[in-house]
Design a protein around this ligand. Structure first.
Ligand SMILES: Nc1ncnc2c1ncn2[C@@H]1O[C@H](COP(=O)(O)OP(=O)(O)OP(=O)(O)O)[C@@H](O)[C@H]1O
Length: 295
């Protein structure tokens, strides 16, 4: 829930796609995967609250299209909170709200009248724990979002989208002969790739990933990392990770968050190309964190 502001009202004039009812927005979606141009996100002076608790303060950041941006920083500095504010999942917590702006290609996702469900369709999320719908088949897990968005979608088209999403998630060959079996019967790494297939099947512009490998073994982690490298050809990706090697391997840009004193809100210290953050960061706090001196 954003606090109303003049800026929000101004942005309202240009946010038509996010205001479209979910079904309409999706009905016009092309059957084929769209061109490889994803969208950028711009956070401007973003403050994030849980009721009276100020969790994250004053974040301004550009998230570039078709790049992987990693969010790193010590526990509790607000990485996940910031991530969830980028697709309006934050406000699902009772009393939680943001102040400031988040723009998807220049359109404020918090503008008055914007449908948060449509925002979440355009900015998908993959969580730490793989969470396939437990009673649904593998096929239905991937088809679920499309069925919600496009009630009249025909079976042959759905088959095509499900196959494409599963191939895109490097899962097709492993599951093509058991599409009718429950998604919960897959291994952890397979379940996470199923969740990625589910998230990408609706062709979002941005994929948010909250520690997507932290519940996985090293082999499954490598599989997800190589998948992320491919997915950025089609999507803008933001990933929260505690694993600095993973940030160094998998991201193009890295944002370091920090809390100066206990009880203070988390703040963005710096964002730069990953190579720069891990070799010559601007801030001593970043240097201390990446060299393992704290956090
Ligand atoms: N649902 C919630 N209600 C109230 N406070 C919350 C809630 N979720 C998180 N917080 C608080 O917000 C702050 C930021 O938490 P957040 O989980 O975003 O940090 P993080 O950097 O992602 O941490 P970690 O690396 O441990 O996952 C913390 O002080 C946390 O306790």
């Amino acid at each position: 829930m954003s606090q109303p502001s003049a800026d929000v009202r101004d942005a309202n004039a240009t946010d038509a796609p996010l205001q479209a009812p979910l079904g309409d927005a999706a009905t016009s979606a092309p059957a084929e995967a769209p061109a490889n141009v994803a969208k950028s996100i711009e956070a401007r002076d973003l403050d994030i609250y849980y009721g009276g608790f100020h969790a994250v303060a004053g974040v301004s950041m550009t998230i570039r299209p078709n790049k992987v941006t990693a969010l790193i920083g010590s526990s509790g500095c607000g990485k996940s909170t910031f991530l969830r504010s980028l697709n309006r999942m934050h406000e699902l917590v009772k009393g939680a709200y943001v102040d400031g702006k988040v723009e998807l290609d220049g359109r404020d996702i918090y503008a008055a009248g914007t449908d948060p469900v449509a925002v979440r369709r355009q900015i998908g999320m993959v969580f730490q724990q793989p969470n396939p719908f437990p009673t649904m088949s593998i096929y239905d897990n991937v088809a679920a979002g499309l069925r919600l968005n496009r009630r009249k979608i025909k079976k042959p088209e759905l088959d095509e989208v499900v196959e494409r999403a599963l191939r895109g998630a490097h899962l097709w060959t492993e599951v093509k002969d058991r599409l009718d079996k429950p998604g919960s019967g897959l291994s952890g790494g397979q379940q996470q790739r199923l969740c990625i297939a589910r998230a990408t099947a609706v062709e979002p512009d941005v994929l948010l990933m909250d520690e997507p490998c932290s519940a996985l073994d090293p082999i499954a982690t490598v599989a997800i990392e190589s998948l992320i490298a491919e997915l950025k050809e089609r999507f803008t990706i933001v990933i929260v990770t505690h694993n600095m090697q993973q940030a160094a391997r998998a991201s193009d840009y890295t944002a370091f968050f920090n809390i100066e004193r206990s009880g203070d809100p988390g703040r963005l210290v710096e964002i730069d190309e990953t190579q720069t953050i891990f070799s010559t960061p601007a801030s001593p706090a970043t240097e201390a964190y990446i060299s393992g001196r704290f956090g």
